[in-house]
Ligand binder design. Structure first.
Ligand code: NDP
Length: 449
C-alpha cells in the first residue's frame, strides 16, 4: 500500500525546514526530501559560510587599525585551508542541528531527490512513491551564468566555498549582493580584486546615496571597479585565465566568479506536468498564501522569486504551515523587509529609497555623513552614511539607509520602528546612545533636501 502523508516538503532549506517543523508540531504527518545537504543555500553555500568569511576578511583591517591605537604593527599570514576547514566544521554542526530539529518534531527525512508524480504524489530517487494531501515546493534557486565562451571556467557562489586555495587575482562579474560581498571578502583576505559590472553603479534598486557610497568605499579599499563593461569570453592562459571584456580589454585572473543572479530550481520536478503554472524564469507562481495554481501544491522561498532572502523564506514557510494546519490562514508579510549587504562598507536598508519615495510622496531627506570614531585614531579614510527618507505630510519615516560599520545590526532595529509607523519626531524624541554611530539616526535635525 502506498505511503501517505499530510505534507510532503521537497527541499531542506530555510523555507522547507520551517514549514515541515511547524506542520509536524501542529500534528500533521510530514515528510521532507533533500537531495544534497540539510540546510539549503543559506546554511551550506550562502549566508552562513559567507558571513564566516566576512569575519575572516575583517581581521586584515583590524590588524592595520590597531597600530593607531598603540599596537605594534604585525605582518599576519592568512591560511585559506584553515579557514575553509573551520568553516566546514561549523557548517556540518549546523546541518546536524537542522536535521535534529526536524527529527525531534517528528518529520520523516528522505535523503533523496523527489519529483512530483501528479498533484498528490512524489517519487523518490530511491524508487519509493509517497502520496500526500499537500506538497510544498521549497527547492530554492541556483546560480545563473551568462552563456559566453569559456563560462565553464568561471566559478559561482556554489564553488567559492571550496576553492583549493586562495586565488591571488580574482575577477568577479556582477553588481548585486553576491558580487559586491565576495569582492570585499577577497579584498579583505588580500587577493587583487576586479569587479566587472555592466552598469554605471552597483546594487541596482538600492538608494542612490548607498550605491555611490559603496562604490567609493570599495574603490578606496583597492577593489578595481570596471563599470559599464561585460565579460565576453574566458580562456585559459597557461596556469591562469584571460578574461576578455567588451571594450577589447583583457584581464589576467587566477579565478573568475560569476555572480550574475540566481534562477529558481524547478527543472525536472514534474511541475508543469502536474499542472503547476510557472513564470517565464521557471519560478512557481503563487498567491499571497503561497498556493500554486494546483490546490494541493504550494511553494515558498527562492523558488517563487518573490524576495530571495532567507528570513523571508522562513516567514513564508511558517505562514504556509499555519495556513494548512492551523486555525486560520496566514499571509506572509512582505512589506518593509530590511536587508543587509555584507560589503565593506556594510549596507543596511529598509523601506523606500529616496527616488521611490519622491514618486509617491512629498518626501524630505535627512542625511548624515561622518567619520566613524574608530577611523579617527586608525587614520583610515572612512566615511559613514545615514539617511532617513520622510513623508513631509505625515512625517512617517518611509526609508532608512545606512552604510558603514554595523549597518546590518542597526537596520534590524530601525526596521522595528518603521514597521510600527514611526515618525521623524519619534526618532527625534529618542535620546541618543553616546558615543555610537547609531545616535546619528536620532540627531539629524535639518533636512538635506
Ligand atoms: P542579484 O540579482 O543581486 O545581482 C545580479 C547581478 O548580476 C546584477 O548586478 C545584474 O546586473 C548582473 N547580471 C545579471 N545578468 C547578467 C548578465 N547576463 N551579464 C552581466 N551581468 C548580469 O543576484 P546575486 O547573484 O548577487 O544574488 C542573488 C540573490 O540572493 C540576491 O538578489 C539576494 O536576494 C540574495 N542574496 C542576499 C544576500 C544578503 O541578504 N546579504 C547575500 C547574497 C545573496 P543588473 O543590475 O544590470 O541586472
Amino acid at each position: 500500500m502506498a505511503d501517505t502523508v499530510d505534507l510532503f516538503v521537497i527541499g531542506g532549506g530555510s523555507g522547507g525546514v520551517r514549514a515541515a517543523r511547524v506542520a509536524a508540531e501542529a500534528g500533521a504527518r510530514v515528510a521532507l526530501a533533500e537531495e544534497y545537504r540539510m540546510g539549503g543555500t543559506c546554511v551550506i553555500r550562502g549566508c552562513v559560510p559567507k558571513k564566516l568569511m566576512v569575519y575572516a576578511a575583517d581581521f586584515s583591517a583590524a590588524y592595520q587599525d590597531a597600530v593607531g591605537f598603540g599596537w605594534d604593527p604585525v605582518t599576519p599570514r592568512f591560511h585559506w585551508d584553515r579557514l575553509i576547514a573551520a568553516k566546514d566544521r561549523e557548517i556540518a554542526r549546523l546541518e546536524g542541528l537542522y536535521r535534529k530539529g526536524l527529527e525531534t518534531a517528528g518529520v520523516r527525512i528522505h535523503d533523496a531527490r523527489a519529483v512530483l508524480d501528479g498533484p498528490n504524489a512524489v517519487r523518490l530517487s530511491s524508487g519509493e512513491r509517497i502520496t500526500a494531501r499537500h506538497i510544498l515546493i521549497a527547492t530554492g534557486g541556483r546560480p545563473f551564468k551568462p552563456d559566453i565562451p569559456g563560462a565553464e571556467l568561471a566559478i559561482t557562489s556554489d564553488d567559492v566555498f571550496h576553492l583549493p586555495g586562495q586565488p591571488r587575482r580574482v575577477v568577479i562579474q556582477g553588481g548585486g549582493y553576491i558580487a559586491c560581498e565576495f569582492a570585499c571578502i577577497f579584498n579583505g583576505l588580500g587577493s587583487d580584486v576586479t569587479l566587472v559590472h555592466r552598469r554605471d553603479e552597483l546594487l541596482r534598486g538600492f538608494d542612490r546615496d548607498l550605491r555611490a557610497h559603496l562604490a567609493a568605499g570599495m574603490a578606496a579599499r583597492g577593489i578595481a571597479l570596471c563599470l559599464r563593461r561585460n565579460i565576453t569570453a574566458i580562456a585559459r592562459a597557461g596556469d591562469a585565465l584571460a578574461v576578455h571584456l567588451d571594450d577589447g580589454g583583457v584581464l589576467d585572473a587566477d579565478c573568475v566568479m560569476m555572480a550574475t543572479g540566481r534562477v529558481p530550481n524547478t527543472a525536472g520536478l514534474g511541475l508543469a506536468e502536474a499542472g503547476v503554472v510557472l513564470a517565464g524564469n521557471g519560478a512557481v507562481e503563487v498567491d499571497a498564501y503561497s498556493h500554486s495554481s494546483v490546490p494541493s501544491i504550494h511553494a515558498v522561498g527562492d523558488v517563487t522569486d518573490r524576495l530571495a532572502l532567507t528570513p523571508v523564506a522562513i516567514r513564508e514557510g511558517q505562514a504556509l504551515a499555519e495556513t494548512l494546519f492551523g486555525p486560520a490562514p496566514v499571509r506572509p508579510d512582505h512589506a518593509l523587509v530590511a536587508t543587509a549587504v555584507f560589503t565593506r562598507p556594510e549596507i543596511g536598508t529598509v523601506g523606500l529609497t529616496e527616488d521611490e519615495a519622491r514618486e509617491e510622496y512629498d518626501a524630505v531627506v535627512y542625511r548624515a555623513e561622518f567619520r566613524p570614531m574608530l577611523a579617527t585614531l586608525s587614520g583610515r579614510e572612512e566615511r559613514m552614511l545615514m539617511k532617513l527618507v520622510v513623508d513631509a505630510a505625515s512625517r512617517r519615516v518611509l526609508g532608512c539607509h545606512i552604510a558603514g560599520p554595523a549597518a546590518a545590526e542597526m537596520i534590524q532595529l530601525a526596521a522595528v520602528a518603521l514597521k510600527m509607523g514611526a515618525t521623524k519626531e519619534d526618532f527625534d524624541r529618542t535620546v541618543a546612545v553616546h558615543p555610537t554611530a547609531a545616535e546619528e539616526l536620532v540627531t539629524m535635525r535639518r533636512p538635506s533636501g
